[in-house]
Design a protein around this ligand. Structure first.
Ligand SMILES: Nc1ncnc2c1ncn2[C@@H]1O[C@H](COP(=O)(O)OP(=O)(O)OP(=O)(O)O)[C@@H](O)[C@H]1O
Ligand SMILES: [Mg+2]
Length: 368
């Protein structure tokens, strides 16, 4: 693993893993945590929940919230990982499935990097193990020639393996997971041995139901998972809060000047997204068509974030309607024909008429 052998200045990496970025919080939590920890867990379930949802420790230390939303869902997710069932985070795109999966792994085992990215091309070897062919040809099958998958590593280390986009993996390859999840063992028939999962081993998978080309889980596999559905934010205030927090911390990571991202603009983006998603204006008076795009919090975050970058580098530093418009159109209009019609109609019937939104309407004329 070159990244580990060559010591890298972690300050310079573009995106730190959760356990690096929040190392200080994890350390403080471990110190304050007197509750019982499941075998091989770095924190108790209570402390993991505090890490995810934020809170103040007895010594006054503030833990920042990572997931904003229903506390119970996170408790169910964490409790699942203490049992022999694996966890499936399910929902529409951009609802923090990968985000939560990374933070859970970081808090529970201190390592969120044992990751298998599911694609249509994911093979059984990517899930089980592969071979180092030079070794294999020179010496035949031997333990030294086995190239373990992240799943196999997680089993040996008693850690959590993450499988991203499980439903993109071809159904017959997905089923490789069944033995691992029910027997907690991974056979290596070529060597006549197996790797047994150590205490602490479990799997967190994520999947969304919207993308094209998804393969349903077989019922045998489904039974090995507890499913937690991550919803889109229930209220506008919650959604504004999510966007605001993430924009602030992304801005810090990208070294954008600490110009406070204008709350008003975030409110407007969130309002537009929610109205289009729900197919009606917030006062319920006007019915709207919904575009084909999902318009998740993740997209709202990136609209505001690109707006901030424009404002900082090409504007006066304060986020304006015109800075957000390009990103907004890009997020809403995914299908150039249908979505364009939906967006135009929204501009004419809602944006143009709404008090205080004239600047937004004008900005939209520049982009179209
Ligand atoms: N409820 C939430 N609390 C905190 N952050 C959130 C929430 N919802 C979305 N986000 C933010 O949205 C961003 C995208 O989330 P993520 O990539 O985890 O989505 P996803 O559900 O895995 O989507 P996909 O199905 O496309 O993979 C993250 O930066 C995350 O911080
Ligand atoms: Mg994801």
């Amino acid at each position: 693993m070159p990244a580990k052998t060559k010591k890298q200045a972690t300050d310079a990496v573009l995106r730190q893993h959760a356990e690096q970025q929040f190392a200080h919080e994890l350390e403080e939590l471990a110190k304050a945590d007197t509750r019982q920890r499941p075998p091989n867990w770095k924190l108790s379930p209570w402390a993991v929940a505090t890490y995810l949802l934020g809170g103040t420790l007895e010594n006054g230390f503030e833990v920042s919230p990572k997931y904003i939303g229903n506390r119970r869902l996170m408790e169910i997710a964490i409790a699942t990982l203490t049992t022999d069932r694996a966890l499936l985070l399910y929902g529409v795109p951009g609802t923090a499935k990968s985000w939560v999966s990374e933070h859970l792994a970081a808090a529970i085992t201190g390592d969120s990097t044992l990751l298998i990215q599911g694609t249509a091309g994911t093979s059984e070897e990517a899930i089980r193990y592969g071979w180092n062919y030079a070794q294999l040809l020179a010496k035949g099958p031997s333990p030294a020639a086995v190239v373990p998958s992240p799943l196999m590593n997680a089993m040996e280390l008693g850690k959590i393996a993450r499988v991203e986009e499980l439903t993109r993996i071809p159904a017959e390859v997905q089923d490789t997971l069944i033995t691992v999840l029910s027997e907690k063992a991974l056979p290596i028939p070529e060597l006549g041995t197996e790797v047994q999962g150590n205490q602490g081993f479990n799997v967190i998978a994520t999947a969304n139901n919207r993308d094209k080309g998804v393969n349903d889980l077989s019922s045998a596999l489904k039974r090995r998972f507890n499913t937690v559905i991550l919803p889109v934010p229930g209220t506008a205030a919650e959604e504004v809060n999510i966007v605001q927090q993430r924009v602030a911390s992304l801005g810090k990571a990208l070294d954008l000047p600490p110009e406070a991202p204008a709350l008003e603009e975030i409110r407007r983006v969130v309002t537009i997204f929610r109205e289009l998603r729900n197919g009606a204006t917030e006062d319920g008076k006007t019915k709207l068509k919904s575009p084909s795009s999902t318009l998740s919090p993740a997209e709202a975050i990136s609209v505001v974030n690109s707006g901030v970058a424009l404002a900082v580098h090409f504007g006066d530093g304060a986020l304006q309607a015109s800075d957000m418009m390009a990103g907004l159109v890009g997020a809403v209009v995914k299908d150039p024909v249908q979505d364009q019609v939906v967006w135009k109609e929204y501009l004419e019937t809602v944006v143009k008429e709404r008090e205080g939104w004239k600047d937004l309407y004008r900005a939209s004329r520049e982009v179209l």
